[in-house]
Design a protein around this ligand. Structure first.
Ligand code: ZN
Length: 477
């Protein structure tokens, strides 16, 4: 046990995502994010393959997906793994930067007596995604879980989730024993993202989360940089996804590219593929549709997601289902004949909207729509039956969590239906140029790269203040 401040990385080292950072001060310990490592997972498993539940945390620890730590995992999952259940609680709290899987999903394995702090919007997003996935999967039980093995009629155990907002923490920092945490909003490719300024009894540590300067709301990131630099931090943990890149396509560029091509294809079908959690991109496609005289056609998950984010006065000013430039796609289910009985009561309600359209409606006049069903519902092309058209690929993040099929299969689908592909995307991550500016503005004594495969470039650009972590090695300050 060290007397000062110590930081140990259990994920996010030499990889994009999987952030799991333990910060200690005297006897107090907090975790910063506890994400899923796509890099390690994809070494052994296909993206849609589920790991054995019968061995609890056992397979996850054996394969390097979870750190081998005592005192943080759920008792039911320890028991299944044949590990002793009664362990002293190792960490007091977890702070989640945002709702992306590579930061959030492995909270699923943590004990329910750990306080989980997250932004209010992140909680909304996580709950919305949990609703959509319905059947619970061991790797996505963030807000609560049922003890494994699940018995008939067993109770769901809620986690102790504590939410914050920029307003709620303005003059009131979050205190966890000797550690004080100040969340500060940043801009990224999902709403509700935060970086943290953390004060231990002797040091100030800044954690960037994921951020960018070229998105729709750069002022959020600017606020973070300003607060972080004012604290003259001893340590900065900074993401470096795109430290090796200088391209800075902005959200507005995505709009311009899409608008241009949609106008060029005139009466043909346009199919858009983007991550539906990226609400800036949803807004971009909505605006392209609106200004091209088309409707943006989305699936039921998107409508529910937008509804969730629009509660409490619709702060993001999102268009709702009643909007004349938005439509919801009603797919064939069960009987294949669109009868009410085929749908859940919730879907029946949505599909009762006058903006609900079937493949038949679209087939009659494809030029009226931008079909944003993504790769998730690409098989609907069979019903829509285009002979030619435009496919806009609008994602480039290394991993797509929404059931992406491989690029090769996707291009076979496009060939089968005569769709020509273009690419238009704005990254969720700051470019190397912006990252260097951010790190220089914050000006920490020690700089630790995370969420990057290019730590060497940090050294090259930022010099001897850079400390490259190793997984599981405790860094003391
Ligand atoms: Zn992210």
């Amino acid at each position: 046990l060290s007397n000062g401040t110590a930081i140990t990385f259990y994920g996010g080292v030499n990889e994009i995502g999987g952030n799991k950072i333990l910060l200690e001060d005297k006897g107090t310990r907090i975790l910063l994010d506890f994400g899923k490592s796509f890099k390690v997972r994809s070494r052994y498993y296909d993206w849609n393959e589920t790991l054995r539940v019968a061995n609890g945390v056992g397979d996850f620890i054996a394969m390097g997906l979870l750190p081998n730590l005592n005192g943080i995992y759920r008792e039911d999952l320890l028991a299944l793994a044949g590990r002793p259940k009664k362990e002293d609680l190792l960490v007091n709290a977890l702070f989640l930067s945002h709702g992306h899987a590579d930061h959030a999903d492995y909270i699923s394995f943590l004990r329910d007596d750990i306080d989980i702090y997250m932004g209010e919007t992140t909680k909304t997003i996580v709950e919305s995604l949990e609703d959509e996935r319905g059947r619970s999967t061991l790797e996505f039980e963030i807000t609560g879980f049922k003890r494994r093995p699940i018995e008939r009629g067993s109770e769901r155990i809620p986690r102790k989730i504590v939410t914050f907002t920029t307003e709620s923490t303005r003059n009131k920092r979050i205190q966890v024993d000797s550690i004080e945490v100040e969340p500060i909003h940043v801009d990224h490719s999902i709403p509700g993202c935060y970086g943290f300024v953390i004060r231990t009894s002797s040091k100030t540590v800044v954690y960037s989360g994921d951020l960018r300067m070229h998105g729709s709301n750069p002022s959020l990131t600017r606020d973070f940089i300003e607060r972080a630099s004012a604290e003259r931090p001893d340590v900065m943990i900074c993401e470096g996804t795109r430290i090796n890149e200088t391209t800075m396509t902005r959200e507005k560029d995505v709009y311009d590219v899409c608008k241009y091509f949609v106008d060029r294809v005139k009466s043909h079908l346009v199919y858009a593929d983007y991550s539906y959690k990226d609400i800036d991109r949803f807004t971009t496609f909505y605006n392209v549709a609106k200004n091209s005289g088309r409707k943006l056609l989305v699936h039921n998950r998107v409508v529910r997601y937008v509804r969730h984010l629009s509660t409490q006065g619709n702060p993001l000013k999102l268009p709702q289902l009643e909007d004349e430039n938005l439509a919801i796609y009603k797919p064939r289910e069960k009987s294949g004949t669109y009868v009410d009985d085929d749908y859940s009561p919730e879907d029946r309600d949505l599909f009762g909207s006058q903006n609900a359209l079937t493949a038949v409606d679209i087939k009659n006049d494809p030029s009226k729509y931008i079909i944003a069903l993504g790769s998730y519902k690409i098989d609907e092309l069979v019903d829509i039956g285009p002979k030619e058209g435009l496919y806009i690929h609008s994602a480039s993040e290394p991993f797509n969590e929404e059931g992406s099929i491989t690029e090769e299969k996707m291009s076979n689908w496009l060939n089968q239906f005569g769709l020509e592909k273009i690419h238009a995307h704005c990254s969720g991550h700051a470019s190397g140029r912006d990252l260097n500016d951010i790190m220089e503005a914050v000006n920490p004594t020690v700089l630790i790269p995370v969420h990057t495969e290019n730590s060497g470039l940090f050294r090259l650009f930022q010099g001897s203040k850079v400390m490259v972590p190793e997984t599981g090695m405790k860094l003391e300050f």
